[in-house]
Design a protein around this ligand. Structure first.
Ligand code: SF4
Ligand code: SF4
Length: 455
């Protein structure tokens, strides 16, 4: 494999960094400026003129657009200014590196064997995005969704909210607080940063009621987690005979977008994710429109770097938005812990107790689902699945290792003054705004139930 293709993910991030810097500072106005950028990349990384189509395509992908092969730059900047979404496919495939690759049984994806399989599964959202990360040669690349939102952030008319995955804690430095992250987002032009864990609190209550309703005998069981699209889509597409046991709830991310857009008319919502799969989830039929763009932790790090945002120097704009349990959704076992707490509070004398099994990593998810598919049920009646090892803290687009990230998520959870979702005043405020008069009414208020469901 030529050196120029090696460690390509870092090169891809440099392309993105240059794009953001140049566009933000007004140095990317026309086709000439785009060609200058392509030449800069060519010289910087030892490419030659024949590689320019490959470089141009990576620039397009970093702008959230599709590759165009041999075509010269034409209307990319006009498209950028007028687009307000990034379209499927989430992952693009480029020619070049595969021809030289010695990895003849390319197993980028844990459940797919060959490159075409990786590509297909990523776009069908049954792979977590490790395939894109493991192919570090530039053959597979997910579109980056930041550039198309820059004009929105600048217009100051449209309120743009950012909702952050619970796994974000500690991803941008040991001493960086969530309050400093909120300040950074406000500097970028966002109206506010909201923890997705707040919406996880609402879904915890919903899933606890669902569990109570559905699990009444030793044979019954309930499949969650609604927050991982990989687990959800594996069940839906590969194990249809157990699909009915799966929680019908949307993920906390989708709930965050739907709720915020209902509360703030005309608002746009951006989600900060640990993986590529979330980019595909927002484009799924029935879920589209809730979230406008997804940026992952790795990309966000590059944005802060390109725009010289030094998090350490920023003020601590802290807010306590979510409960202990809601914040634990960022790591495996968090959903089970949270729902169990609420089930016990709802029905302390329940005969059939919630017995949780947490399963993480695609291979282990597959094993458990194979068993359930063949009707081999273990002791557990609440089975929580997460596509990544360790849960979202182990996502393919995180910045720190999974052990450290788990510790950070646990500590941030313990810091919350809100013990359970029932004690969360922010949840009560949202319910009030939707005219939902009690926690139980979450299940019976048609409007609100619709917002939280995949129907
Ligand atoms: S997609 Fe697979 S075969 Fe192609 S370059 Fe990447 S690792 Fe090699
Ligand atoms: S476990 Fe979390 S990071 Fe991994 S694929 Fe699922 S949602 Fe994404």
């Amino acid at each position: 494999m030529d050196d120029k293709y090696l460690n390509f993910d870092e090169k891809r991030m440099s392309i993105f960094n240059e794009l953001v810097k140049r566009y933000w500072n007004g140095n990317l106005k026309d086709v000439d400026d785009l060609n200058k950028l392509a030449d800069y990349i060519k010289n910087e990384y030892g490419f030659n003129d024949s590689d320019l189509p490959f470089i141009r395509d990576h620039i397009r992908i970093a702008m959230g657009q599709d590759p165009k092969g041999d075509e010269a730059f034409k209307d990319e900047l006009d498209i950028l200014k007028s687009s307000n979404s990034v379209l499927q496919p989430v992952v693009s495939k480029l020619d070049g590196p595969c021809k030289q690759c010695k990895n003849e049984h390319c197993d980028c994806c844990e459940i797919g064997k060959y490159e075409t399989d990786v590509y297909r599964r990523l776009n069908e959202n049954i792979s977590c995005g490790y395939g894109v990360s493991k192919c570090d040669f530039g053959a597979l690349a997910d579109k980056i969704e930041f550039m198309p939102m820059i004009e929105l952030l600048r217009d100051k008319v449209t309120p743009v909210y950012v909702t952050v995955a619970p796994a974000i804690v500690g991803q941008f430095g040991d001493d960086i607080s969530m309050g400093q992250l909120r300040s950074a987002f406000k500097l970028l032009g966002f109206k506010d940063m909201i923890e997705v864990a707040l919406f996880a609190d609402i879904l915890t209550i919903k899933e606890a009621y669902e569990f109570n309703h559905l699990v009444k005998s030793e044979e019954d069981f309930f499949l969650t987690s609604c927050c991982c699209p990989i687990w959800f889509n594996m069940i839906k597409k590969i194990y249809p005979n157990i699909y009915d046991y799966l929680s019908p709830s949307v993920s906390p991310m989708i709930a965050s977008g739907r709720i915020l857009k209902t509360l703030y008319e005309g608002a746009k919502v951006v989600f900060i994710a640990p993986c590529v799969a979330k980019k595909a989830e927002i484009k799924e039929p029935g879920l589209e429109g809730a979230i406008d763009f997804v940026i992952n932790f790795r990309e966000l790090k590059e944005i802060f770097d390109a725009l010289n945002i030094n998090l350490q120097e920023l003020q601590d704009d802290d807010k306590d938005q979510a409960s202990f349990g809601g914040r634990l959704y960022g790591r495996t076992g968090g959903v089970s812990f949270s729902v169990k707490t609420v089930v016990n509070r709802l029905e302390p004398t329940r005969v059939i107790k919630l017995k949780a099994q947490k399963v993480n990593g695609i291979q282990d998810c597959k094993k458990v689902l194979d068993g359930l598919y063949s009707r081999i049920k273990g002791d557990a009646n609440f089975i929580e699945g997460m596509g990544c090892v360790g849960g979202c803290v182990g996502g393919p687009k995180t910045n720190i290792d999974v052990e450290k990230a788990t510790k950070k998520v646990n500590e941030f959870g313990e810091d919350s003054f809100i013990l359970t979702p029932f004690d969360n005043l922010n949840v009560m405020k949202i319910l009030e705004q939707f005219n939902v008069k009690s926690f139980q009414e979450i299940m019976h208020n048609d409007n609100f139930e619709k917002i939280l469901s995949r129907k």
